[in-house]
Design a protein around this ligand. Structure first.
Ligand code: ADP
Ligand code: MG
Length: 541
């Protein structure tokens, strides 16, 4: 009899081999099914309620994937690629998940038949290489010669990014705003210099772009009403100091035996505050912003001296003001001098809907702008913000790499044709694998049709025919249930989205394919599983 060798702790969950691989692919398929219907201009939205009962309505692949709280280890790779796509280019997050899932689905029969995963991976890499070369060759470069041309290119890309979102009806309006916002930035196009503020109420068209920093008026005490609400020019003191009367007797035990002693303590507390205030006033500032509270005494003190003040300013707003207007955030009142004050041309307090907004314009140091969004429900505004984020990212990307391709499945169909043609020229297993990947690419136009309720088979046949006849920009026409030259229709997307999405999808597919064993340690306190059958239900080989 052979002695049994125990390698792993009792209760360790292992599963390996082909069944494991197939089960991983199946898990990825389930994720894809969850986001499938959100793709494209006619895609549906998802309403996700988390454990705290917070509801989110979204059409954005990355947001949905993040909220799904996926625990399957292999399926998590798809969440990661959606996130990375979001961080890299900001759009195309649903597409990337769909592509990765579809590549896996198409090669699954080969895995089941026993083709070695390494061969499949090699074929995927080869196909990817061909696609990259083709995209780079096809992409249309728009020279940055004239400002108007660049502008209209950017607006078209922004509009395409937004056409699949809740705000697609106002996409032209927002495309204009988004391009304005991004063009107002300086060379490096820092994303955090575009602030987005949401004010519920009003209609989407009342949204506006403010050049400069704007933020909601913070809570303020009586006395505030007396302070002036506009300055020209304006000197800003940025503080991280509490300007409130601190009653030390609340925090510490103070023993006194007569009233006079007690009075001295109270006086000292007032004196500390007044010293701080006097130093701030001496610096010459006419607007005081603090991250911490500004109390009633301080508010009144400043108002008496014609100084505007706001306490509890959110940190990001304070930082943006600092970057835009210069100066430094001070943590003590001792060093406040004219040099550490921020400067800007105008400061105003204005009414936006039911809110008061503080507006700093004409900031000398950095270029910044703030989008004030208006609209009905809170969730709607949140989704609007996410959609605008996509559009802003797309515009930034397009400025950096000024080449575009046609969307609506046009580029995918062309790549699919290329791979199919290529596969006919080679022999062996690779031929079938490359043809499978070519089929996988068709998922994008197919899903666009499915989501719009079109006859996908019919449209795909028409597209295949057009592409084999050289109509390289033909894609799905979402308005007429037909095909059209999407380059002429101005459904433009930066080529970088497609390059990134395909690379990430291929890499994720390769990663899932290269895993053939999962070993899961038992959780502390968890009973060992009976039979030791793996989670992926793989048989030990
Ligand atoms: P993602 O998260 O991947 O960006 P979207 O829901 O934004 O997903 O859908 C993007 C897809 O919709 C792209 O393939 C794009 O080409 C396509 N698309 C966008 N606008 C149009 C349009 N007007 N006509 C046809 N297809 C479009
Ligand atoms: Mg999109």
């Amino acid at each position: 009899m052979q002695p049994q060798i125990v390698l792993l702790k009792e209760g360790t969950d292992t599963s390996q081999g082909k069944p494991q691989l197939v089960s991983n692919i199946n898990a990825c398929q389930m994720i894809v099914d969850a986001v499938r219907t959100t793709l494209g201009p006619r895609g549906m939205d998802k309403l996700i309620v988390n454990a705290q009962g917070k509801a989110t309505i979204s059409n954005d692949g990355a947001t949905i994937m993040k909220l799904l709280e996926i625990i399957h280890p292999a399926a998590k790779t798809l969440v990661d690629i959606a996130k990375s796509q979001d961080a890299e280019v900001g759009d195309g997050t649903t597409s990337v998940v769909l592509l990765a899932g579809e590549f896996l689905k198409q090669v699954k029969p080969f895995v089941e038949e026993g083709v070695h995963p390494r061969i499949i991976i090699k074929a995927i890499r080869k196909a990817l290489q061909l696609c990259m070369d083709k995209i780079n060759e096809m992409a249309v470069h728009i020279e940055k010669q004239s400002k108007e041309e660049q502008r209209s290119l950017l607006e078209k890309c922004a509009a395409t990014a937004m056409s699949s979102k809740l705000i697609h009806q106002q996409k032209d309006f927002f495309a204009h705003i988004v391009v304005d916002a991004v063009l107002s930035l300086d060379e490096l196009l820092p994303l955090n210099m575009i602030g987005i503020k949401k004010v519920t109420g009003g209609s989407l068209e009342e949204s506006q772009l403010v050049s400069g920093v704007a933020f909601k008026k913070t809570f303020s005490y009586a006395g505030f009403e007396m302070a002036p609400k506009s300055y020209e020019p304006c000197k800003i003191a940025l503080l991280n100091i509490e300007l409130e009367l601190k009653a030390e007797r609340d925090n510490a035990e103070v023993r006194v035996d007569n009233v006079r002693e007690y009075q001295k303590i109270v006086d000292a507390e007032w004196q500390i505050l007044y010293n701080k205030l006097a130093k701030i006033v001496d610096s010459g500032a006419n607007v005081v912003l603090s991250k911490l509270a500004i109390g009633d005494v301080a508010t009144q003190y400043f108002a008496d001296r014609d100084i505007f003040c706001a306490g509890r300013v959110p940190e990001e707003d304070l930082k943006r003001t600092m970057k835009a207007c210069g100066g430094a955030v001070m943590t003590t009142a001792n060093d406040i001098k004219a040099e550490v004050l921020g400067l800007c041309e105008t400061f105003k307090e204005v009414q936006v809907g039911g809110e008061r907004f503080n507006l700093f314009q004409g900031c000398p140091n950095a270029k910044t702008s703030t989008l004030i969004l208006r609209g009905g429900a809170e969730q709607f505004l949140e989704e609007t913000e996410r959609s605008l984020h996509d559009a802003i990212m797309i515009v930034r990307r397009t400025i950096k790499h000024d080449s575009v391709v046609a969307g609506g499945g046009a580029i995918e169909m062309e790549l699919s044709r290329l791979l199919r043609d290529y596969s006919r020229t080679i022999a062996g297993k690779e031929q079938l694998l490359i043809a499978a990947i070519a089929k996988g690419l068709e998922i994008i136009p197919r899903q666009l049709c499915d989501n719009a309720g079109f006859d996908a088979t019919n449209i795909l046949n028409k597209l295949r025919q057009k592409h084999s006849q050289g109509g390289q920009w033909y894609g799905v026409d979402i308005t007429k249930e037909d095909i059209s030259d999407n380059f002429e229709q101005c459904v433009w997307e930066p080529s970088i989205i497609k390059i990134n999405a395909l690379t990430a999808a291929a890499e994720a597919a390769c990663m899932v394919l290269s895993v053939d064993e999962t070993i899961k340690s038992p959780k502390a306190g968890e009973a060992p599983m009976a039979g030791g059958m793996g989670r992926g239900m793989g048989r030990p080989m």
